[in-house]
Design a protein around this ligand. Structure first.
Ligand SMILES: O=C([C@H](O)CO)[C@H](O)[C@H](O)COP(=O)(O)O
Length: 429
């Protein structure tokens, strides 16, 4: 088997950063340098020219995602220095044929990107017959967030096309190795290399993995387990960033400082001064759930205190969020149990039994339904609608990864404004 090619996808907006990251990736063993679609949209063909100049010994791939005017776009990329040009596999045959003609004229190769193609096996055969040089089994970034897998797509194609297969979409060292074992000859890795603080180390790990391909037995993980694992690994700010800055509760703080709660909501609506329903909800909730209590806006009487906390902790409840006050703060702090509240006050009310458990509630400005996910830490509390939980958890993880590289660049001496080219990207009115 020929040595597999490692293509690093520079999905960034800033050319200077892209050059620096490409340099580090090449030192880790990347063969081909992809000028990612976001970089092309941000910097145009200048990005292709610059990378061509800076890396004369490496193939430059222009991820143009061509949808029309196949000849012109291939020509632009080829004249700028690309050796491989990417076209959308579901572009009309008229576009593909023109792109192939242009590719032959300018001596470059065409890679067809299967993103969103309904029948990838059939389409790949057609593309091979039309003269495309590579098929890319690609699952796009937004598709990955809802759980689609590039390895699954690759496995459907292996041995079906008669031309070399590339694979892209959320690959890391482990999955890249499996991809080669499943027949890929070009392995494309974006985020898991370019967002790493140590780009060279990340590229090296992928390089070593694809040079020793193997299929590892994989343990099946349920959706709920994956959501919990991801939310536990990110922060509440990462989660709200992943939701376009939505979902954060207002005015609620951690009573115990540095604690974290992740779990599905068991909701409680009670009336100010009545602690019966919050305490009854402890018995309704299961291990790993988070109690979310709306106390009718009251902060002068606490519906939660030390004994309730003790009981919730024993039951394995992950945390409590109260739109209202708590008391016995010193005891709760000693237990280090994740309690989040809007106020503290010493007096409790009486257990009258007013209110409801597991109905839709409003809590600190957010709607919460039973089963929605709660991620709470020292920065505050975020509620994630249950039907979007997996996607948001994946997006939050992307936010976290992205920050790793930005943090590293700040550590090297740049300001945040410089790293993110803030002035350039201010909204024009
Ligand atoms: O092509 C890509 C995507 O559509 C953005 O332009 C990526 O380069 C490709 O998905 C590889 O990146 P990762 O999925 O982050 O590995």
């Amino acid at each position: 088997m020929a040595t597999p090619t490692l293509q690093v996808a520079l999905d960034l907006l800033e050319l200077d950063r892209a050059v620096e990251i490409a340099d580090e990736a090449v030192r880790g063993g990347a063969d081909w340098i992809e000028v990612g679609t976001p970089l092309i949209k941000s910097e145009g063909m200048q990005a292709v020219r610059t990378l061509r100049e800076r890396f004369p010994g490496h193939e430059i791939v222009a991820d143009m995602k061509i949808a029309d005017t196949g000849a012109i776009e291939v020509e632009m990329a080829a004249k700028s220095g690309a050796g491989v040009v990417c076209i959308l596999a579901d572009a009309d045959d008229a576009v593909i044929v023109e792109a192939v003609r242009s590719a032959r004229k300018y001596g470059v190769r065409l890679m067809a990107d299967l993103i969103n193609v309904a029948d990838p096996v059939d389409r790949s055969r057609e593309l091979a017959a039309l003269g495309v040089d590579y098929i890319n089994a690609h699952v796009g970034i937004d598709q990955q967030m809802i759980g689609r897998s590039s390895l699954d797509l690759l496995r459907r194609l292996a041995g079906e096309t008669g031309i070399p297969i590339a694979v892209a979409g959320g690959l890391d060292a482990e999955t890249a190795s499996e991809a080669v074992a499943a027949g890929a000859s070009v392995v494309i890795v974006g985020g898991n290399i370019v967002k790493a603080a140590d780009v060279t180390g990340a590229a090296r790990r992928v390089r070593e993995a694809i040079d020793r391909p193997e299929i590892r037995p994989r343990e099946e993980e349920s959706r709920d387990a994956a959501i919990r694992r991801l939310f536990e690994a990110v922060s509440a700010p990462n989660v709200t960033d992943g939701m376009h800055r939505k979902g954060a509760m207002a005015g609620v703080v951690s009573i115990c400082g540095r604690v974290k709660a992740v779990g599905r909501a068991v909701t409680v609506r009670t009336l100010a001064g009545d602690w019966a329903k919050p305490v009854e909800a402890i018995d309704v909730a299961g291990p790993g759930d988070v109690l979310v209590v709306s106390n009718d806006g009251g902060t002068s009487v606490a519906p939660w205190g030390e004994l309730a906390t003790h009981s919730a902790k024993n039951r394995g409840i992950a945390g409590v969020v109260i739109d209202g006050a708590v008391r016995d703060v010193d005891d709760i702090r000693e237990m280090k149990f994740p309690v989040f509240a809007t106020a503290t006050v010493p007096n409790a009310g009486d257990p009258k039994g007013l209110g409801e458990i597991n109905t839709e509630i409003a809590c600190c400005g957010q709607e919460v339904r039973p089963g929605d996910w709660i991620v709470a830490d020292e920065s505050g509390v975020v509620v994630v609608p249950r039907e979007r939980a997996y996607e948001v958890a994946r997006r939050a993880m992307e936010v976290r990864k992205n920050e790793e590289r930005i943090r590293e660049e700040i550590r090297r001496g740049r300001t945040l404004s410089e790293v993110s080219e803030l002035l350039k990207w201010e909204k024009r009115h």
